[in-house]
Design a protein around this ligand. Sequence first.
Ligand code: SF4
Ligand code: SF4
Length: 145
Amino acid sequence: MSGEQQTKEKSVKLADIFQCTRCGYCCQGETTVSLDADDQQRMMDKLGLNREEISRQYWRITGKVVQMQIREHHCIFYDEESGCSVHEGRPWRCGQWPLHPSIIADENNFQTIRSSCPGINQEISYETFCAIFKQLLDGDGRLIC
Ligand code: SF4
Ligand code: SF4
């Protein structure tokens, strides 16, 4: 099914539940999301670096877990002026945040995430949020919009 067909058939849109304000809060902290194999390749392609180079400059590797390095309490790619400096090469979890499927499983997760992310629609109920959110997810829990 094409993206156009999907859009026609859906009666909801991402902006109904979330619009990023680019506040940068989710890029702060002492840890980052993990990069899967596709994330790693996409980031290498975006930066034009091989695995050895990108590992040395940008990644923190613990066993099989690859994450981004932290600088001054935020992701190494976060820039205060411009936000994510690797935007097109960012991990899929960054692109999906804060719309994590765990929100649907437990309202406490929703309340916790909503309190830290001003981009989530603060006006709608949990039930309405979930009803819309479910329509925006594929079978693997990834956004299809
Ligand atoms: S915390 Fe929410 S609104 Fe702020 S940058 Fe992250 S996703 Fe966007
Ligand atoms: S890759 Fe970009 S979006 Fe993801 S944590 Fe780092 S700065 Fe934020």
